[in-house]
Design a protein around this ligand. Structure first.
Ligand code: ARG
Ligand code: ZN
Ligand code: CA
Length: 241
Protein backbone atom coordinates (compact mmCIF):
# COMPACT_ATOMS: atom_id res chain seq x y z
CA UNK A 1 0.00 0.00 0.00
CA UNK A 2 1.62 3.23 -1.17
CA UNK A 3 0.63 5.81 1.35
CA UNK A 4 -2.89 4.79 2.16
CA UNK A 5 -5.72 2.88 0.63
CA UNK A 6 -9.17 4.26 1.30
CA UNK A 7 -12.07 2.07 0.27
CA UNK A 8 -15.42 3.70 -0.58
CA UNK A 9 -18.20 1.35 0.46
CA UNK A 10 -21.65 0.87 -1.04
CA UNK A 11 -24.06 -1.17 1.07
CA UNK A 12 -26.99 -2.83 -0.70
CA UNK A 13 -29.76 -3.83 1.70
CA UNK A 14 -32.36 -6.33 0.48
CA UNK A 15 -35.25 -6.87 2.83
CA UNK A 16 -38.56 -8.63 3.16
CA UNK A 17 -38.87 -8.25 6.92
CA UNK A 18 -38.32 -5.15 9.03
CA UNK A 19 -35.41 -6.89 10.78
CA UNK A 20 -33.65 -7.38 7.44
CA UNK A 21 -33.95 -3.66 6.72
CA UNK A 22 -31.00 -2.91 8.99
CA UNK A 23 -30.63 0.67 10.18
CA UNK A 24 -28.05 3.20 9.05
CA UNK A 25 -26.58 3.01 12.56
CA UNK A 26 -26.25 -0.76 12.24
CA UNK A 27 -24.50 -0.30 8.90
CA UNK A 28 -22.14 2.33 10.31
CA UNK A 29 -21.28 -0.01 13.20
CA UNK A 30 -20.00 -2.50 10.64
CA UNK A 31 -17.89 0.13 8.88
CA UNK A 32 -16.45 1.06 12.28
CA UNK A 33 -15.55 -2.58 12.98
CA UNK A 34 -13.79 -2.83 9.61
CA UNK A 35 -11.82 0.33 10.37
CA UNK A 36 -10.83 -0.98 13.79
CA UNK A 37 -9.88 -4.45 12.60
CA UNK A 38 -7.88 -3.21 9.59
CA UNK A 39 -6.05 -0.59 11.65
CA UNK A 40 -5.31 -2.64 14.77
CA UNK A 41 -7.49 -0.34 16.86
CA UNK A 42 -9.85 -3.16 17.87
CA UNK A 43 -9.98 -3.41 21.66
CA UNK A 44 -9.01 -7.08 21.63
CA UNK A 45 -5.91 -6.59 19.44
CA UNK A 46 -3.84 -6.50 22.64
CA UNK A 47 -4.94 -10.06 23.40
CA UNK A 48 -2.54 -11.21 20.69
CA UNK A 49 -0.13 -13.70 22.33
CA UNK A 50 3.51 -12.58 22.64
CA UNK A 51 4.48 -15.37 20.24
CA UNK A 52 2.65 -13.51 17.46
CA UNK A 53 3.05 -9.88 18.54
CA UNK A 54 5.97 -9.43 16.13
CA UNK A 55 3.82 -10.30 13.12
CA UNK A 56 0.47 -8.81 14.21
CA UNK A 57 -0.38 -6.19 11.59
CA UNK A 58 -1.82 -2.75 11.32
CA UNK A 59 -3.07 -3.28 7.77
CA UNK A 60 -3.66 0.44 7.34
CA UNK A 61 -6.67 0.34 5.03
CA UNK A 62 -9.68 2.54 5.80
CA UNK A 63 -13.32 2.20 4.80
CA UNK A 64 -15.69 5.09 4.12
CA UNK A 65 -19.42 4.52 3.84
CA UNK A 66 -20.58 6.28 0.70
CA UNK A 67 -24.06 5.05 -0.19
CA UNK A 68 -26.76 2.80 1.20
CA UNK A 69 -29.20 1.35 -1.32
CA UNK A 70 -32.35 -0.29 -0.02
CA UNK A 71 -34.79 -2.54 -1.85
CA UNK A 72 -37.90 -4.31 -0.65
CA UNK A 73 -38.17 -7.85 -2.01
CA UNK A 74 -40.40 -10.90 -1.76
CA UNK A 75 -37.52 -13.35 -1.36
CA UNK A 76 -37.04 -15.04 2.01
CA UNK A 77 -33.47 -16.20 1.26
CA UNK A 78 -30.92 -15.53 -1.48
CA UNK A 79 -28.50 -18.46 -1.46
CA UNK A 80 -24.86 -18.23 -2.56
CA UNK A 81 -25.20 -17.97 -6.35
CA UNK A 82 -25.11 -14.17 -6.57
CA UNK A 83 -28.82 -13.53 -7.23
CA UNK A 84 -28.66 -10.65 -4.71
CA UNK A 85 -26.12 -8.94 -6.98
CA UNK A 86 -28.45 -8.84 -9.99
CA UNK A 87 -31.23 -6.33 -10.42
CA UNK A 88 -32.82 -8.62 -13.01
CA UNK A 89 -33.06 -11.38 -10.43
CA UNK A 90 -34.66 -9.13 -7.85
CA UNK A 91 -31.41 -8.02 -6.25
CA UNK A 92 -29.27 -4.95 -6.80
CA UNK A 93 -26.43 -4.64 -9.33
CA UNK A 94 -23.13 -3.44 -7.82
CA UNK A 95 -22.31 0.25 -8.07
CA UNK A 96 -18.90 1.07 -9.66
CA UNK A 97 -17.31 -2.23 -8.53
CA UNK A 98 -13.84 -1.35 -9.84
CA UNK A 99 -13.62 1.67 -7.55
CA UNK A 100 -15.96 0.78 -4.66
CA UNK A 101 -16.45 -2.14 -2.33
CA UNK A 102 -20.03 -3.33 -2.65
CA UNK A 103 -21.56 -5.15 0.29
CA UNK A 104 -24.94 -6.87 0.26
CA UNK A 105 -26.91 -7.33 3.46
CA UNK A 106 -29.64 -9.93 3.00
CA UNK A 107 -30.71 -13.33 4.29
CA UNK A 108 -28.44 -15.92 2.67
CA UNK A 109 -29.84 -19.10 4.23
CA UNK A 110 -28.29 -22.53 4.75
CA UNK A 111 -26.40 -21.42 7.85
CA UNK A 112 -24.04 -19.29 5.75
CA UNK A 113 -22.85 -16.14 7.51
CA UNK A 114 -21.28 -14.49 4.50
CA UNK A 115 -19.30 -15.04 1.31
CA UNK A 116 -16.91 -13.05 -0.83
CA UNK A 117 -15.52 -12.84 -4.35
CA UNK A 118 -11.74 -13.00 -4.69
CA UNK A 119 -9.90 -10.41 -6.81
CA UNK A 120 -9.86 -11.14 -10.53
CA UNK A 121 -13.48 -12.25 -10.90
CA UNK A 122 -16.34 -10.72 -12.86
CA UNK A 123 -17.00 -7.08 -11.97
CA UNK A 124 -20.74 -7.75 -12.18
CA UNK A 125 -20.61 -9.92 -9.06
CA UNK A 126 -17.73 -8.30 -7.20
CA UNK A 127 -18.07 -7.61 -3.49
CA UNK A 128 -19.04 -9.35 -0.27
CA UNK A 129 -22.35 -10.67 1.00
CA UNK A 130 -23.07 -10.64 4.72
CA UNK A 131 -26.23 -12.12 6.16
CA UNK A 132 -28.24 -9.25 7.65
CA UNK A 133 -28.30 -11.02 11.03
CA UNK A 134 -24.51 -10.74 11.27
CA UNK A 135 -24.03 -7.32 9.70
CA UNK A 136 -22.55 -4.94 12.26
CA UNK A 137 -22.56 -4.99 16.01
CA UNK A 138 -25.18 -6.84 18.01
CA UNK A 139 -28.11 -6.34 15.67
CA UNK A 140 -30.60 -9.16 15.44
CA UNK A 141 -27.51 -11.34 15.22
CA UNK A 142 -26.67 -13.17 18.36
CA UNK A 143 -23.50 -14.42 19.97
CA UNK A 144 -21.14 -15.84 18.80
CA UNK A 145 -21.28 -13.84 15.53
CA UNK A 146 -22.23 -10.49 17.02
CA UNK A 147 -18.99 -8.51 16.66
CA UNK A 148 -18.99 -7.80 12.93
CA UNK A 149 -16.12 -10.17 12.20
CA UNK A 150 -17.96 -11.98 9.43
CA UNK A 151 -17.38 -8.86 7.31
CA UNK A 152 -13.74 -8.59 8.44
CA UNK A 153 -13.19 -12.20 7.32
CA UNK A 154 -15.05 -11.77 4.02
CA UNK A 155 -13.29 -8.50 3.18
CA UNK A 156 -10.05 -10.40 3.86
CA UNK A 157 -11.06 -12.81 1.08
CA UNK A 158 -12.06 -9.88 -1.15
CA UNK A 159 -8.49 -8.62 -0.63
CA UNK A 160 -7.08 -12.00 -1.72
CA UNK A 161 -6.59 -13.76 1.63
CA UNK A 162 -7.11 -17.51 1.87
CA UNK A 163 -8.31 -19.42 4.90
CA UNK A 164 -5.44 -19.86 7.31
CA UNK A 165 -5.62 -23.68 7.00
CA UNK A 166 -5.45 -23.44 3.20
CA UNK A 167 -8.74 -25.35 2.85
CA UNK A 168 -6.87 -28.62 3.21
CA UNK A 169 -5.33 -30.69 6.00
CA UNK A 170 -2.11 -28.82 6.79
CA UNK A 171 -2.75 -26.76 3.66
CA UNK A 172 -1.10 -23.45 2.73
CA UNK A 173 -2.61 -19.97 2.84
CA UNK A 174 0.30 -18.68 0.69
CA UNK A 175 1.42 -16.49 3.60
CA UNK A 176 4.73 -17.35 5.27
CA UNK A 177 4.31 -15.77 8.70
CA UNK A 178 1.10 -17.64 9.54
CA UNK A 179 1.66 -21.13 10.99
CA UNK A 180 0.41 -24.22 9.20
CA UNK A 181 -2.95 -25.21 10.65
CA UNK A 182 -4.36 -28.69 10.70
CA UNK A 183 -7.82 -27.57 9.70
CA UNK A 184 -10.38 -24.89 10.59
CA UNK A 185 -10.80 -23.98 14.27
CA UNK A 186 -14.15 -23.13 15.83
CA UNK A 187 -15.29 -21.52 19.07
CA UNK A 188 -12.50 -19.78 20.97
CA UNK A 189 -9.67 -22.30 21.34
CA UNK A 190 -7.54 -22.18 24.47
CA UNK A 191 -3.99 -20.91 23.86
CA UNK A 192 -1.68 -22.53 22.93
CA UNK A 193 -3.37 -24.77 20.42
CA UNK A 194 -0.77 -26.97 18.71
CA UNK A 195 -0.91 -28.04 15.11
CA UNK A 196 -0.13 -31.67 14.30
CA UNK A 197 1.35 -30.58 10.97
CA UNK A 198 5.12 -30.65 10.33
CA UNK A 199 6.98 -28.94 13.15
CA UNK A 200 3.86 -28.92 15.38
CA UNK A 201 3.64 -25.10 15.45
CA UNK A 202 1.29 -23.20 17.73
CA UNK A 203 -1.68 -22.27 15.55
CA UNK A 204 -2.69 -18.64 15.07
CA UNK A 205 -6.31 -19.39 15.95
CA UNK A 206 -6.99 -15.69 16.67
CA UNK A 207 -6.42 -14.77 13.01
CA UNK A 208 -9.43 -13.33 11.18
CA UNK A 209 -9.01 -15.94 8.44
CA UNK A 210 -9.72 -18.88 10.73
CA UNK A 211 -13.30 -20.01 11.50
CA UNK A 212 -13.46 -19.18 15.20
CA UNK A 213 -16.24 -17.22 16.90
CA UNK A 214 -16.14 -13.44 16.54
CA UNK A 215 -14.66 -13.08 20.05
CA UNK A 216 -11.89 -15.55 19.13
CA UNK A 217 -10.48 -13.62 16.14
CA UNK A 218 -8.63 -10.30 16.43
CA UNK A 219 -5.59 -10.04 14.16
CA UNK A 220 -4.16 -10.16 10.64
CA UNK A 221 -0.44 -10.89 10.10
CA UNK A 222 2.16 -8.79 8.30
CA UNK A 223 2.34 -11.42 5.56
CA UNK A 224 -1.41 -11.13 5.04
CA UNK A 225 -1.02 -7.35 4.97
CA UNK A 226 1.55 -7.63 2.14
CA UNK A 227 -0.72 -9.98 0.21
CA UNK A 228 -3.60 -7.51 0.54
CA UNK A 229 -1.45 -4.51 -0.34
CA UNK A 230 -0.26 -6.20 -3.54
CA UNK A 231 -3.69 -6.11 -5.18
CA UNK A 232 -4.00 -2.32 -4.87
CA UNK A 233 -0.73 -1.34 -6.55
CA UNK A 234 -0.43 -0.54 -10.25
CA UNK A 235 -1.07 -3.76 -12.19
CA UNK A 236 -2.82 -5.39 -9.22
CA UNK A 237 -6.35 -6.81 -9.47
CA UNK A 238 -7.83 -3.90 -7.54
CA UNK A 239 -5.56 -1.14 -8.81
CA UNK A 240 -8.61 1.06 -9.43
CA UNK A 241 -8.93 1.81 -5.73
N1 ARG B 1 -17.40 -17.75 5.23
C1 ARG B 1 -17.76 -18.11 6.57
C2 ARG B 1 -19.19 -18.63 6.53
O1 ARG B 1 -19.84 -18.47 5.55
C3 ARG B 1 -17.69 -16.91 7.47
C4 ARG B 1 -17.02 -17.18 8.77
C5 ARG B 1 -17.01 -15.93 9.62
N2 ARG B 1 -16.62 -16.21 10.97
C6 ARG B 1 -17.01 -15.44 12.01
N3 ARG B 1 -16.58 -15.71 13.22
N4 ARG B 1 -17.81 -14.44 11.85
O2 ARG B 1 -19.68 -19.22 7.45
ZN1 ZN C 1 -13.93 -17.72 4.55
CA1 CA D 1 1.04 -19.87 6.31
Amino acid sequence: VNGKVEIPVVVNVLYKTAAENISDAQIQSQIDVLNDDFNATNSDFSSTPALFSGVAANVGITFVLETVNRKSTTKTSWGTRDAMKKTKQGGLDPTSPTTKLNMWACTIGGGILGYAQFPGGSTTTDGVVIDSKYFGLSGSGAYPYNLGRTATHEVGHWMNLRHIWGDATCGSDLVSDTPTHNTANYGAPAYPHYSTCTGTPVEMTMNYMDYTDDRGMYMFSNGQKSRMAAIFVSGGARAGF
